[in-house]
Design a protein around this ligand. Structure first.
Ligand code: NAP
Ligand code: MG
Length: 516
């Protein structure tokens, strides 16, 4: 079933959301039962030490759907102690064969696959993303990601190095230790998996903090981790606010921090890591990715791809193509067609399979988006679609397109994290490389052209962690993802992502010589 779904996801990636057939998506559970709202420590569900809970809402309606136990320092201390104990030498986890760790990860992937409808429904209920996306993108990609990392468990080893004199040298790749992992709300399940998969494959233990808006799928994942048979303390999950993140960051027994979220908090994380044990740190932060469209393209196809590159996930993607640069010869046609495409975009109940766009995550994010839309209007950009909030309830924003955007406008410089496309005009190849790179971010970039020389020139010139050519939003667990500049450092996925969870130990042994 999921293999089918992953083929659909493949076409979703290559032709855009609007062209995907919905027939293979199984019916959702529009009001999924909420089973786990506690703090997972040592494979047991706990209430918060403080007795505090916090609400999580359905962004499509604004209604509270559950109360979640609120972890703070006292709970994080317990979680870190459990993770440290699970990591101690001689523990079941440290004594476990690497291939057995892989088997447990495969088992976890199987359990998600078995519960795919429930998990996709829960994601939509808590996050607001269309159920079609939760199923075909988030859940399918989570299963694939865990299977990829399962395969690494017994295949990541050191090297033997011949050195001078009577010595033999080799390296051991050892787990870093207790990993604190702090994740955002835009892909709640998938981000949890991106963090947990490589950490567990390489033998670490984990304390994971989901974003306060979207804890539910991470907590359900915790139950599946328990069911898969991971020993107690290997994965601990602490729902809560920044206080829980701070407690992880400052804890002396946390060896590594892996963070995805805003650049602003990313800087706090890096500083905190430095001052608290110089923790190993990987950061996946914001972006303002350029998408460069040359005049030789099939305009209709490029319009659809640029639309998908920005509006996917309500624009709440760190790699959203939020600066669409279009060559002057096709600029007017491109603007007109992009506006028409945005106006056709369907908004509504995220459980309706014809809905392309659900609500933004919360009122605060919607407020930020609306104020950036206002700044675009007041700074002189031309609005050709949308520009308002949408509907009577929930946190919806109309699909919005700005034309005639200038490089110095706030909407061309700041991350909007919403369904707002900026279209800018260019005419020269070298000019566009300079302009595309004129951003403090460097997460992703894209080029659309049929001219291989132009494509290669752009690939070399663009300063970004991922460059897509004639496509957008294509991801694979086999390929690294991460940023240049203020988009962070370190990479997730692929062999680089695995390396970020291991220390290298060099071993040098004196070889006894006969007659010495
Ligand atoms: P955020 O504030 O960076 O939050 C990300 C995670 O860090 C959440 O789990 C958050 O917990 C936690 N956190 C917040 N402040 C912290 C602190 N001082 N110490 C330790 N942990 C802390 O991001 P957000 O509020 O979810 O979104 C704001 C902006 O971040 C967006 O507009 C967007 O620009 C960017 N963003 C980027 C990504 C990405 O994938 N790169 C994803 C989401 C958002 P709480 O949820 O409890 O606050
Ligand atoms: Mg929610």
């Amino acid at each position: 079933m999921l293999r089918n779904a992953s083929r659909v996801f493949g076409s979703l990636r290559s032709v855009g959301v609007g062209s995907v057939r919905f027939s293979s998506v199984p019916a959702a559970q529009p009001k999924p039962q909420i089973l786990y709202t506690g703090i997972l420590i040592d494979n047991e569900w706990h209430k918060s030490e403080s007795g505090k809970v916090f609400p999580t809402t359905n962004p499509a309606t604004g209604e509270i759907i559950a109360e979640i136990q609120e972890a703070d320092k006292a709970d994080v201390d317990k979680a870190v102690a459990a993770a440290k104990k699970a990591f101690s030498l001689g523990s079941p986890w440290r004594r476990m064969d690497a291939s057995e760790r892989g088997r447990l990860l495969y088992k976890l992937a199987d359990l998600i696959e078995k519960n795919h409808v429930y998990m996709a429904s829960l994601e939509t209920y808590d996050n607001g993303k269309p159920y079609f996306m939760s199923h075909q993108a988030d859940v399918v990609a989570s299963v694939k990601n865990l299977r990829y990392h399962a395969g690494w468990a017994d295949k990541h080893h050191g090297i033997t190095v011949p050195i001078d004199d009577d010595y033999i040298g080799y390296t051991r790749l050892e787990p870093v230790g207790v990993c604190g992992q702090i994740i955002p709300w835009n892909f709640p399940l998938l981000m949890a998996v991106w963090k947990i998969g490589p950490a567990i494959a390489t033998g670490n233990t984990v304390v994971l903090k989901p974003a306060e808006q979207t804890s539910l799928t991470a907590l359900y994942l915790g139950q599946l981790i328990k069911e898969a048979g991971f020993p107690p303390g290997v994965v601990n999950i602490v729902p809560g606010f920044a206080a829980a993140g701070q407690a992880i960051l400052h804890h002396p027994n946390v060896d590594k921090i892996a963070f995805t979220g805003s650049t602003e908090v990313g800087k706090i994380i890096q500083q905190g890591s430095a001052m608290n044990g110089l923790k190993r740190t990987t950061l996946e932060l914001g972006g303002k990715s350029p998408n460069v469209i040359f005049a030789d393209v099939d305009v209709d196809a490029a319009v659809e791809q640029a639309h998908f590159g920005l509006f996917f996930n309500m624009g709440q993607c760190c790699c959203a193509g939020s600066r669409t640069y279009v060559e002057d010869k096709i600029y007017d046609e491109f603007v007109e067609k992009s506006a028409a495409r945005a106006k056709k975009r369907t908004l509504g109940d995220p459980f309706d399979l014809t809905t392309e766009q659900g609500p933004q995550i919360d009122q605060e994010q919607r407020g930020k988006i609306m104020s950036l839309i206002e700044s675009g209007k007041s700074q002189g950009a031309r609005i050709v679609a949308g520009g308002n909030t949408w509907g009577e309830r929930g946190f919806y924003v109309e699909p919005t397109v700005f034309a005639d955007v200038k490089d110095n406008m706030d909407i061309a410089r700041q991350e909007i994290f919403g369904p707002v496309q900026q279209i800018l005009k260019f005419s020269e190849l070298d000019e566009i490389i300079t302009r595309a790179n004129d951003s403090e971010y460097g997460l992703a970039a894209a080029v659309f052209t049929k001219d291989i020389d132009k494509a290669n020139y752009m690939i070399q010139g663009l300063r970004a962690g991922t460059v897509w050519v004639n496509c957008y939003n294509v991801f694979s667990p086999q390929l690294p993802f991460g940023g240049y500049k203020l988009s962070g450092h370190g990479r997730e996925n692929g062999p680089y992502g695995i390396s970020a969870y291991t220390e290298v130990k060099t071993v040098i042994t004196k070889v006894m010589q006969k007659n010495s």
